[in-house]
Design a protein around this ligand. Structure first.
Ligand SMILES: [Zn+2]
Ligand SMILES: [Zn+2]
Length: 134
C-alpha cells in the first residue's frame, strides 16, 4: 500500500513538473528537476509516466527538437514556434490553417487526414537580440 502511494506521488510530481512550465520540457528535464526531491526516481519511470499521460491526453507531445521529444501540459489547441538557434519552443496562440483543410487534402489524395499540425521554425526574439548586439 505504501509503495503505491509513493508511486502516485511521483506520478503527480511528474505531471506537475510538465504543467508548471511553459518551456515544453523534455523527459530528461523533468527527471533532473524531480531528482533532488525523489532520489529513487528513475528516468525510465519518468518516460513511462509521460507516455501514459500522452496516451490519456493529459499532456501533448510537441515533437522532437534537436533529437529530444518535448512535452506540453497545455492541451488546448495552439501553435508552436521552435527556435532553430537555441531550441526553445514557444506558444503562439491561435490557429494558422483555415477550416476544411483536412477534408480538402483527404479528397484530393484519396486518404483520410485525421490530424495535422502547424509548426513555425525560425529564430526567437532572444536570439535575434543576441545576434543584433554582436
Ligand atoms: Zn532562440
Ligand atoms: Zn505549447
Amino acid at each position: 500500500m505504501k509503495k503505491k502511494q509513493n508511486y502516485s506521488r511521483k506520478r503527480e510530481a511528474i505531471l506537475n513538473a510538465i504543467c508548471s512550465t511553459t518551456s515544453h520540457p523534455t523527459a530528461e528535464w523533468v527527471y533532473q528537476k524531480l531528482k533532488p526531491e525523489y532520489p529513487d526516481l528513475s528516468l525510465g519511470t519518468v518516460y513511462r509516466n509521460i507516455s501514459q499521460f500522452k496516451n490519456d491526453g493529459t499532456i501533448m507531445s510537441v515533437g522532437t527538437v534537436n533529437g529530444q521529444e518535448r512535452f506540453d501540459g497545455n492541451t488546448k489547441p495552439h501553435t508552436h514556434f521552435v527556435c532553430s538557434c537555441c531550441g526553445s519552443v514557444l506558444d503562439i496562440p491561435g490557429k494558422y490553417i483555415e477550416d476544411g483543410v483536412s477534408e480538402k487534402v483527404s479528397g484530393k489524395y484519396n486518404i483520410r487526414v485525421e490530424t495535422y499540425e502547424v509548426m513555425f521554425h525560425g529564430i526567437c526574439s532572444k536570439c535575434l537580440q543576441r545576434q543584433e548586439s554582436l
